[in-house]
Every structure is written in C-alpha cells, then in structure tokens.
Design a protein around this ligand. Structure first.
Ligand SMILES: Cc1cc2nc3c(=O)[nH]c(=O)nc-3n(C[C@H](O)[C@H](O)[C@H](O)COP(=O)(O)O)c2cc1C
Length: 369
C-alpha cells in the first residue's frame, strides 16, 4: 500500500517537499493521544527478546532513526510512534543556519538511494535546547543529540562552536554525537584526523562533564565511510585512548560506487553525500573493521544502507550494538520498523544465540575459532 502511495503522491513531488509533508503528518498524529496510542500499537508492537541495553541506556530494541531526519527535534515522539527504538536528532550547530541554497535532496529510486547536500539546515543549538527542555517527560524515548560545526565559523574556532552546542544540549541528551563526517560542510571531515579530533573530543567531553554533573553523558563520534582503513584504525585507537563511549559508522559517502545503470546520470553527478542501498557494503566493512580493532570496549552503531531485518542482523553479527537507518524509510514507509522488528525477532529465534547481546560481533568469533 505504501509503495502505491509513494508512486501516486511522493514520487513526482520534490523530495524535500515530500519530506516536510510526511513529517507534518507524523507530527500531527503524534500530538493526538488516542491516535498516537493506536498508531504505536499497530506499528511499534514490542518484542521482549529485542530489548537492548547500550551506552548505559535501556531501549525497546536496537534500531533507531539516524541523524538528519529530525534536525530540530520536532518529531521525536512521532518517530517513536512509528517504531524507532531511539531517535538521533540533529545535526545541530552552534548558530542557526539555512543550509545550502536550491535543490539539495535527490532520489535515485531504482538504486534505493538518496543524494543530499542539505548543509546542516537547522535552528541552532539554543532553539533546539529550548525545545528539548519543553518536552513532556512522560514520553521516554531515547534521544541522541548530534552536533556539528556552523558553516560560517572559521575552522580555527570549530572547537568553541562544538563546545557551545554541548553546553546547551548535553543536559537534554541521552547520548551526544560529535559529527565530523558530513560531506556538505567545507573542511568538516578534516576534523577526523586524529591530531584535530583529539582536542575536539576532549573539549566536548570536558564541556559535557562540566554542564551535566548528575550523570555521565555518553559521547560518540560519527565517521565517514570514505576514510582510509588506516585512518579508521587511528580513530578507533583514539576512541579507546579517550574513553569514548561509542563510534557511529557511517555517514553518507562522496563515492558513487554500487549504483546500477538505471539511475539518471545527471542525478548521479549531483554533489553531496550518497546514502541508502549502495552504501551498505562499505558501511558494513567499516563497522567490521572497527569491531576487529576495539571489540566490546566501545559501543558501535551500524548505519548505512540498512533496509531489511537481514541487514540489521548482519550489522549485529559484525559488531553493532545499535543499528540505525534513514534512506530506506523513504522507500519502505511507515511499516518499516514493524517489519524489521518482526524479522529480527525471527532471526534471533532461529539463531544459536539466547539474546541479541550474545550475537554482537559473533561473526568475528566464528572467523577466529
Ligand atoms: C537527507 C539526509 C540528511 C542527513 N543529515 C545528516 C545530518 O544532519 N547529520 C548526520 O550525522 N547525518 C546525516 N545524514 C546521514 C544519515 O544519518 C546516515 O548516516 C546515512 O544516510 C546512511 O544511512 P542510510 O543509508 O540508512 O540513509 C543525512 C542523510 C540524509 C539522507
């Protein structure tokens, strides 16, 4: 049914307009308690066996919404209603900014992919912090807060920009993510180099600890799939050295591998980050490499090209404690999480593992035994 709706309604519509329309529906539905309860009962039935503990947090399952969909924290409850076990908001920057001009989101339908050059359009950390502070505490969705650099801030002042956002947002975050991997902010990905990343992550850690004293806010870093293998290892080692809580692998790619011949060559040439199915192989590879390096010392979050329950299961076996998705939601629609949860519960039941936690990284243990 969704694919029919997609064909009729969304396919011809500008992708960003379609996003705003769908987003408005989700937000409206979530505001009406009876409707929210009904939709959640249909789309987000709980599976006890999928309960997940990660980053010191308890969640209904391992599958969350990746950053970029709800940049301003306006639809957290709506996305939880659709079945996401956690919602990562952002990327939020120190100052509000409108992002890149013109058309900036493209659908490669045949490839089940997207290209975007949104450029961190968001209301800024002060406005987003105020919105998070006003949330109804009765809704206990796990909320990750993803922060990035304001475009107009010079690279030499990047740390101060991240620290400002941390001071404003850490108190409202179940976990905090330093995003240094989006391809659409000039110079941002250079911050992944260890000599730049070390002072940045240390400063954000210090700011989070100074601002929130009642608990330790888990801190993660999100990396690009385009890093060379040695650089992935270097980030992994740094994460261990700094006592970081997690690594999210991966953001979108500037590569154009894995695209079929069916996609419009003009679209393929659009500048921006590619996400969805063509990213699957590389994101899985990066995750697996990270797990081989850090084992269970650090929580790994697998994201990039996840579409089916098999994909989620594969990420868990490769070392992910949490898994996220974004692009496939556009193509699969509102029943996506329900299908994933059901399929995942079936994979677990058919596996030799008693719990999801037992399955994390199992592929590596098999390989070495
Ligand atoms: C339109 C769009 C906007 C995005 N914006 C952000 C963002 O602001 N911050 C971020 O960390 N990742 C952002 N991402 C990347 C996703 O969080 C995710 O890492 C990536 O899309 C790979 O997952 P997927 O293949 O399931 O989409 C964005 C992705 C898309 C498609």
């Amino acid at each position: 049914m969704y694919s029919l709706l997609f064909q009729l309604l969304f396919r011809r519509m500008d992708p960003e307009r379609a996003h705003h329309l769908a987003f408005a529906w989700i937000r409206s539905a979530a505001r009406v308690p009876v409707l929210r309860t009904f939709v959640a009962a249909v789309l987000a039935p709980r599976h006890k066996e999928l309960r997940t503990e990660a980053l010191g947090l308890r969640m209904h399952g391992p599958f969350g919404l990746a950053a970029g969909f709800d940049k301003n924290a306006v639809a957290i409850d709506g996305m939880a209603m659709l079945g996401f076990d956690h919602v990562e908001i952002g990327t939020v920057t120190g100052q509000p900014q409108s992002g890149n001009p013109g058309k900036r989101l493209f659908r490669l339908v045949q490839d089940r992919a997207l290209i975007n050059r949104m450029g961190f359009n968001n209301e800024g950390s002060a406005a987003v912090a105020a919105r998070l502070a006003a949330r109804n505490p009765a809704f206990r969705t796990t909320v990750g807060v993803n922060i990035g650099k304001t475009k107009v801030v010079p690279e030499g002042e990047a740390i101060a920009d991240y620290v400002t956002s941390t001071e404003r947002l850490a108190a409202h975050a179940d976990y905090l993510v330093v995003n240094v991997s989006s391809p659409n902010t000039p110079g941002l990905r250079d911050l992944q180099a260890v000599d730049q990343l070390r002072p940045l992550l240390s400063a954000v850690r210090e700011a989070a600890d100074r601002t929130v004293t009642a608990r330790r806010v888990p801190l993660l870093v999100k990396i690009a799939p385009d890093l060379a293998d040695d650089d992935i290892d270097a980030v992994a080692d740094l994460a261990v050295e700094l006592g970081l809580d997690g690594i999210i692998a991966t953001n979108t790619t500037i590569a154009r591998d894995g695209l079929g011949l069916a996609s419009d060559p003009a679209l393929v040439k659009e500048t921006g980050g590619l996400s969805g199915a063509p990213l699957r192989t590389r994101s899985l590879e990066v995750l697996s490499r990270l797990y081989a390096r850090v084992g269970d010392r650090i929580t790994l979050v697998g994201v990039g090209g996840v579409t089916t329950a098999d994909d989620v299961w594969e990420r868990i076996l490769a070392g992910a404690t949490l898994v996220q998705g974004y692009s496939a939601f556009i193509y699969e629609g509102p029943f996506w999480c329900r299908t994933l949860h059901r399929g995942l519960a079936a994979r677990l039941a058919a596996s030799p593992y008693a719990t999801l936690a037992d399955a994390i990284g199992a592929e590596h243990r098999k390989a070495s035994s």
